[in-house]
Design a protein. Sequence first.
Length: 262
Amino acid sequence: MDKVDLPTGTPSEPENASQPEAISSSIRSMASQSQELLSQPPDELTQFERMLWYQERRIESSLWVQCDSCNKWRHIMPNVYERHQLPDKWFCKLHPEISSCSVPEEEIPLQVEADLIHSEYSVGSIVIARFGDWPWWPAMVDDDPDTEQFYWIDGLSDIPSHYNVTFFDDNVTRAWISAKCILPFARNKAKVRNCKEKLLKRRLNRSLQQAEECEALDFPMRLKKFSFVSRYNGPIKEPRNFTEEEIDKYNAKLKKKLNVSY
C-alpha cells in the first residue's frame, strides 16, 4: 500500500495506513471505548490532567468476547483488559456468571456498539515492538497525548492498523507502530534476549527488567507508574487543531492513494 501522510504534523504518528494481518486466534475480543465512559473531559483540565482522566476511563472500559460454540457476545468480568488474558478457545461456561450457551445474549448498548473495535491490545498491554531498523524492544500500549487515542484505524476496517506504544528504556520515548510489528510480551521475550547487537545488550536488559516489573502490576498501576505522561518530565502540550482546508486536502490525498470514496 502506498505511503499516506496523516494530517498530524508530528513525526510520532503512524506513517502507513496499512491493514494488519488477520487475528490468528479464533477468539475475537472487542475493546469498548464507549461514548458514555470516554465522553469529553471537563474543559478546565490541562492536557496532562486530560490524559490522566482518559487513563481512568480506559480501565473502566469493557471487553466483549464471542463464544466459540454459540457465537454469542458476552460482557467479560472486571480485571480482564485484553484478549491475551483469555484462552485461545473461549466458551460461555468459562464466564463466572454465565454457565451455559442457553443464556440469552446481552444487548450491547448503542453508544457502546458504535465504538467497538476488534483490538488485540488495550492501554496497559505489555508488548514487544519493532521500530524501523531497531531490534525488538519491550513497550507498553499507551495513549498518545497528541491524539488522545492509543490505536489508529485507517477508516476501512474496525481492526486497528497501528498502536501507540511507550518504550521501556532509560529515557521515555513513544511511537506509532504497525500492528504487524507488535507481539505480546509474555510469550515473545526471547526475541528481545536474542538480540545480537552487543552495544544494545546492556540497555535492552535494563528495558526487559522494567517490562517485567510492569508485567507484575495490575493495569491501573501499570499506567500510574509506566505510562508516557507519568514518566515524561517535559510539558504535555494540547493537540493541534486542524483547519477544514487541511482536512479536505488530506482526504483528497487519501482517496487518490487508496482509490476509495467515503
